[in-house]
Write a protein that binds this ligand. Sequence first.
Ligand SMILES: *Cc1c(COP(=O)(O)O)cnc(C)c1O
Length: 381
Amino acid sequence: MSNFSRDPILLTPGPLTTALPTRMAMLRDWGSWDSNFNAITAVVRERLLAIVAAEHSHVCVPMQGSGTFSVEAAVNTLVPRDGHMLVLINGAYGKRFAKLTQMMGRRASVFETAEDVQTTAADVERLLVADASITHVGLVHCETSTGILNPLREIADTVARHGKSLIVDAMSSFGAIPIDAQTMPFDALVAASGKCVEGPPGMGFVIARKAVLERCAGNSTSLSLDLHDQWQYMEKTTQWRYTPPTHVLVALAAALDAFATEGGQPARLARYTRNYETLVRGMAELGFRPFLNPAIQAPIIVTFHAPADPRYTFRAFYDSVRDKGFVLYPGKLTQVETFRVGCIGAIGPDEMRHAVNAIRDTLAELRIERVAPIAAQRAVA
Ligand SMILES: *Cc1c(COP(=O)(O)O)cnc(C)c1O
């Protein structure tokens, strides 16, 4: 690390860089029985519902743990033990979704497209027609392993038309990409504190259709991940069922204040879009190419092809950029060498410009000259 004491800017899609008031909210200790703390829980739950216009149809059930715990809780509680879930996959989080469904003992079928290809409503239509035993569909809205955005509205329509239940992993889209529970029907939508709402990591939440969750008692095969029980306990007592992540919750409340002050989801999307455009433009000047077609890319995280230069290794590149104050993210693709840069968090276009400068200096230091990916160079030759 270099000799300045500033925290590095996290260009990672959670944990991410949070605003100072959000971090300052964590300087107090709270008792889990304290009515002030439980009032904050209630406000946070209501505000999260409002972000996706779900106040009148759904309930928000928070869950301790990282985002995956909440996906697992949603599947484990909403899918009956004899249910059959179709999981739509175009990346690592879709694969994780299918794996946890199987591990919870539910029947899972998968439909997998390439990592740079969206799942379409036509795919879902065909799959639901072909197998009437499917009861639930699992979709990752923004697949963070590449940054691809899947068409939630069209898929939600198709699933609803077939009378099936949709469970959405909206972890890296919630708060930034428009989601409307009234026009995009879903039975459960899962997100977490440490993504686009810009809180610290440590708690997830499920926005569950009330009429559906009411019928889910006894489905869970796990004690701690029983979303129905967590909900019922919270409704009866106002408290969390087991030890709450107190600091995370009050910091999330502060982050939601900032979210509202900024102008809610449209303002957040606008800022992330500026971040994304600044990043991609600056990286293009250095010769870097994004992995995805821009038409299907969400302005959340960008996957870049790694340089073809033999002097490039992710480790040395990462270390050097980090020493200049910016934390990058490794690629998550099996076929091509890539790295990722997040556009989310309490950062703006200035931070993105400085990050590109740090990458430019790193290329010079490591004497990396051939920045274009191997495939692109062959195409030119
Ligand atoms: C972050 C994320 C998750 C949850 O991952 P955790 O490591 O459990 O926080 C799940 N799905 C997607 C699409 C994500 O981006």
